[in-house]
Design a protein around this ligand. Structure first.
Ligand SMILES: Nc1ncnc2c1ncn2[C@@H]1O[C@H](COP(=O)(O)OP(=O)(O)O)[C@@H](O)[C@H]1O
Ligand SMILES: [Mg+2]
Length: 253
């Protein structure tokens, strides 16, 4: 890992108001180019942890730094992708993808070029003029990812982005996400309920326990990138799947 981690979390605690501790004693260092998945039972604080890293909510105690600064000062380096694609229904696909660039004040020529390139990256060049309601769930998610990538974020945070999709579509989008990452390198933070998805995508899996949310296991995923779909059928992959499932079961029991 680099001398200075891109994201450092030390002794992190989070509670909302006078409520119970949601996250407790979280320590994690993530280097540039890693892809880290958070997996754990509902309510263990995965989304909260992602929002803390993104600077969308603040820690009750402890420290988070992104590139050496507090997260809220590093927001322009990050982009958050939510489970529902959150597209604007009255804007065409290209106009949705363009939005972050528009808000940032980029020039029209640059915006057009960048949108066209990102739609190509996610395989949606032919759908630029369509409206969101004309797309499948998987295509809408692709638009959401293209929109995130237009601003070339250093860090992409994805909160169960494929959770609502069927397994085949999700597998396909997992492969696409890795292909996209090989062309547009970013450090990834990914929340999922799917063990298979976590193993396929990640360089590291962080298993969280509940009440309060805490790290119960950290699993290194040794498979080099690029990863092919066939990786899923290899004995080494299946062994890691079992290891991760066991770590998750230990949390639940
Ligand atoms: N804004 C909030 N105000 C109060 N409690 C919250 C808020 N956001 C999350 N929580 C609580 O924090 C806990 C963790 O939530 P969350 O991070 O959404 O878990 P997960 O994403 O792992 O399902 C839950 O008990 C939830 O009710
Ligand atoms: Mg959540």
């Amino acid at each position: 890992m680099n001398a200075a981690p891109l994201v450092a979390i030390r002794g992190l605690q989070k509670r909302f108001g006078a409520g119970p501790l949601v996250l407790d004693g979280i320590n994690l260092e993530v280097g540039q180019g890693e892809f880290v998945s958070f997996i754990g039972p509902s309510g263990c604080g995965k989304s909260t942890l992602l929002r803390l890293i993104a600077g969308l909510t603040s820690a009750s105690d402890g420290l988070i730094t992104v590139d050496g600064t507090p997260p809220e000062k590093a927001r322009e380096k990050m982009f958050f992708v939510f489970q529902d694609a959150t597209l604007m229904p009255w804007r065409r696909v290209a106009e949705n993808v363009e939005l972050p660039l528009l808000l940032r004040g980029d020039a029209p020529g640059h915006r057009r070029e960048r949108v066209a390139r990102m739609l190509e990256v996610v395989g949606l060049s032919g759908a630029a003029e369509k409206f969101p309601w004309q797309l499948s769930g998987g295509m809408r998610m692709r638009v959401s990812i293209a929109r995130a990538l237009t601003v070339a974020p250093e860090i992409l945070l994805l909160d169960e982005p494929f959770g609502a999709l069927d397994e085949m579509t999700r597998d396909r989008l997992n492969e696409d996400l890795l292909a996209i990452r090989s062309r547009n390198s970013f450090t990834g933070f990914f929340v999922t309920h799917s063990v298979a998805e976590a193993v396929f995508l990640s360089s590291r899996i962080v298993v969280l326990g509940v009440n309060p949310g805490r790290v119960t296991a950290v699993i290194d995923v040794p498979f080099p990138y690029p990863r092919q779909p066939e990786l899923r059928e290899t004995p080494a992959f299946l062994r890691l799947l079992a290891t991760t499932a066991q770590a998750l079961r230990a949390v639940r029991s």
